[in-house]
Design a protein around this ligand. Structure first.
Ligand SMILES: CC(C)(COP(=O)(O)OP(=O)(O)OC[C@H]1O[C@@H](n2cnc3c(N)ncnc32)[C@H](O)[C@@H]1OP(=O)(O)O)[C@@H](O)C(=O)NCCC(=O)NCCS
Length: 147
């Protein structure tokens, strides 16, 4: 499957909220929260559009060069494991690099094996563990990549 990555607009917020609500591991922002985030100067949200026309996923960052944080990221259930996540992360890292970011951090649920496998492929290294970070239950791994 090929996807086209581009900057998101407020119009994409409802689709993003739907995708975020599908699984267990994305941050479940509402459409209003996505629209607010898209409007922030220090944020960038990118979308993946599938060649079939639908929105396959999104990735969101906060960045103040030289540092950035991956704040939300998900691919729609019907597009999983077809390369959209890789395309979004590749595009996002490239954007950050071109904008003076040298270090990207994120938190991932210790049980989120799919995302952890993807981040390892992109050379993220675990730097810390946040105990009971999610709903006072699951631990979060803090991961960092040098861009
Ligand atoms: C993480 C996520 C965005 C990956 O998106 P994706 O489009 O399915 O990923 P890709 O197809 O690009 O997969 C790239 C690699 O990631 C790893 N990966 C992806 N899904 C996996 C799974 N279910 N199990 C193990 N490894 C997996 C594999 O190494 C895969 O490469 P391969 O298919 O050649 O083996 C997606 O699983 C998702 O939306 N998860 C729910 C939300 C989430 O976890 N967000 C991240 C919060 S920190």
């Amino acid at each position: 499957m090929s996807v086209i990555i581009s900057l998101a607009s407020a119009d994409d917020a409802p689709a993003f909220a739907q995708i975020a609500a599908q699984g267990t591991f994305a941050a479940r922002w509402t459409a209003v929260a996505f629209a607010d985030e898209i409007a922030q100067n220090a944020a960038r949200v990118f979308k993946a559009r599938a060649d079939s026309g639908g929105i396959a996923g999104f990735i969101a960052f906060r960045f103040v060069p030289p540092a950035a944080e991956l704040t939300n990221f998900a691919v729609a259930q019907n597009f999983l494991r077809r390369g959209a996540g890789t395309a979004l992360l590749t595009y996002g890292l490239d954007f950050l690099r071109k904008n003076g970011v040298e270090e990207l951090t994120l938190e991932v649920n210790v049980n989120n094996l799919a995302a952890a496998a993807l981040y390892k492929k992109f050379n993220f290294k675990q730097t810390a563990v946040r105990k009971k970070f999610y709903n006072n239950s699951d631990d979060a791994l803090v991961m960092k990549a040098v861009l």
